[in-house]
Write a protein that binds this ligand. Structure first.
Ligand code: BG6
Length: 465
């Protein structure tokens, strides 16, 4: 069994809107996530004074982070991925001056991590933006949002330049194709023309923040973040192979722009056939040349692509993948494919020749607390074991991998349905879907298992078989 490199970053990943709670504390403005109480695909619900939902408190990471970080340190984390809530720093999004109380919170958070030897990996925008920007400017439909975002990025780079050396721009940037309000602040029923134009602005903003990061923190590294929705051809029929290539390009397009610095040639035909005409200026093309230092991605599942229209119609889930008959599924219908992670790592490395970072991976499952207060989660241990074995295989294949942060190392509110029942953590949080519970933290069996994997640099993993 290959030992993981000594400098491999081990840890977990969180997002502000799914963990922090404290949704109006210390001057924070409403974010787009705050008006989606039913999750990223749910309806936009206007807030009324005194209303209260699960996400508003979430797991109260805002106040409990010292306890949580101590638990992460106990597992041996060398890295923790968090996001900054843009609306804590610029409550309306278009202010000149930042909100000092919001900045001070992240100072405390990063200091706490540093105290425990944990590197922060910070996402600038994880499924949220100041809600006011969508009201006043139409979100990313407006070019002005590029400047607002750059101002925010420069503000946090300057403030945390000595504390944060790993940054990510937009979480799962390709997700906007499936959830336009969450991704780019557009109405859910927006057409492709509007979504791709908004995404163009976001890609320019991403590139401009890469430039700003290099300028302000020369020893930092900044990456993009893709939802690695890899598809296999359902059969070896050439039509299915062609269809898989086409579908994979729908997400690879973002990596191609962010890692290669220009729109890939195949998009010309796509835009022409879809009747999309983008306003891309010469200065945009220049900005886009600033490419990321590494590629990060989430990986939960793979799926299949078929050219057969009747099968394509039945394709399930958010991503419209045809199910793979050879793979089991989680209770939420996500197909479990550890080898897909090795495949994706090789695919991305061959394509970009840049270091990779797995910044989300994990199993959403229901957990039961036994009468003695323990949580036995062998299914989660199995999932992680099998995926980490494939990471080791990819390392052996020669893929350069900076680290691995599991999704939700502590239970948090799920993004798609805004529920607590779908748990990812090594640490259990006493909180139900209605927001009831003591918020007490408990170590699951997987907590000790992950600690041993990290401590042994992968030696305790059980080979596939
Ligand atoms: C990714 C997101 O899409 O998947 C996370 O970046 C999200 O925010 C994760 O939580 C898992 O999805 P879910 O819906 O199970 O929470």
């Amino acid at each position: 069994m290959t030992l993981f490199p000594a400098d491999f970053l081990w840890g977990g990943a969180l997002a502000a809107n799914q963990a922090e709670g404290a949704y109006l504390a210390d001057g924070k403005g409403l974010s787009t996530s705050d008006v989606l109480p039913q999750g990223v695909f749910g309806p936009i619900v206007e807030r009324v004074a005194g209303d209260n939902g699960l996400k508003d408190q979430a797991i109260d990471f805002y106040h409990r982070y010292p306890e949580d970080i101590a638990l992460f340190a106990e597992m041996g984390f060398s890295c923790l991925r968090v996001s900054i809530a843009w609306s804590r720093i610029f409550p309306q999004g278009d202010e000149d001056e930042p909100n000092e109380a919001g900045l001070a919170f992240y100072d405390r958070l990063f200091d706490e991590m540093t105290k425990h030897g944990i590197q922060p990996l910070v996402t600038l925008s994880h499924f949220e933006m100041p809600y006011a920007l969508t009201q006043r400017y139409g979100g990313w439909a407006s070019r002005q949002t590029i400047a607002f975002f750059e101002h925010y990025a420069r503000t946090v780079f300057t403030r945390y330049r000595d504390k944060v050396k790993y940054w990510l721009t937009f979480n799962e940037i390709n997700m906007a194709l499936h959830a336009p309000f969450t991704g780019v602040g557009l109405p859910p029923d927006s057409d492709k023309q509007a979504v791709y134009q908004a995404l163009h602005h976001q890609l320019v903003a991403s590139a401009r923040s890469v430039t700003a990061c290099h300028e302000l923190i020369p020893d930092a590294r900044i990456g993009n973040m893709l939802l690695g929705g890899v598809r296999y051809p359902l059969t070896c029929r050439p039509e299915d192979v062609q269809e898989a290539l086409r579908q994979n390009r729908t997400w690879q397009f973002f990596g191609d722009v962010q890692a290669r610095g220009a729109y890939p040639a195949y998009m010309r035909r796509f835009f022409r056939e879809a009747g999309i005409e983008l306003d891309i200026r010469a200065s945009d093309r220049k900005d886009l040349r600033a490419t990321v230092d590494f590629i990060s991605f989430s990986y939960y599942m793979s799926g299949c692509a078929s050219a057969d229209p009747s099968l394509a119609e039945q394709a399930g889930g958010t991503l419209g993948m045809v199910p793979n008959p050879h793979l089991p599924s989680s209770e939420w219908g996500w197909q479990i494919d550890p080898q897909g992670l090795r495949y994706l790592l090789n695919l991305l490395y061959d394509r970009y020749q840049k270091p990779l970072f797995i910044v989300e991976n994990g199993l959403g499952a229901r957990d039961e607390v036994t009468p003695d207060g323990r949580i036995h989660d062998p299914y989660r241990i199995q999932y992680f074991n099998d995926h980490l074995i494939q990471v080791a295989e990819a390392l052996d294949d020669g893929v350069e991998i900076l680290g691995y942060t599991s999704w939700g190392p502590i239970d948090l509110v799920s993004a798609s349905k805004a529920e607590m029942s779908k748990r990812y953590g090594f640490i259990h949080v006493d909180l139900d879907d209605q927001g009831h519970g003591s918020l007490e933290r408990r170590r699951k069996d997987s907590f000790y298992w992950y600690r041993d994997v990290i401590r042994s640099r992968g030696q305790t993993l059980k080979p596939a078989g």
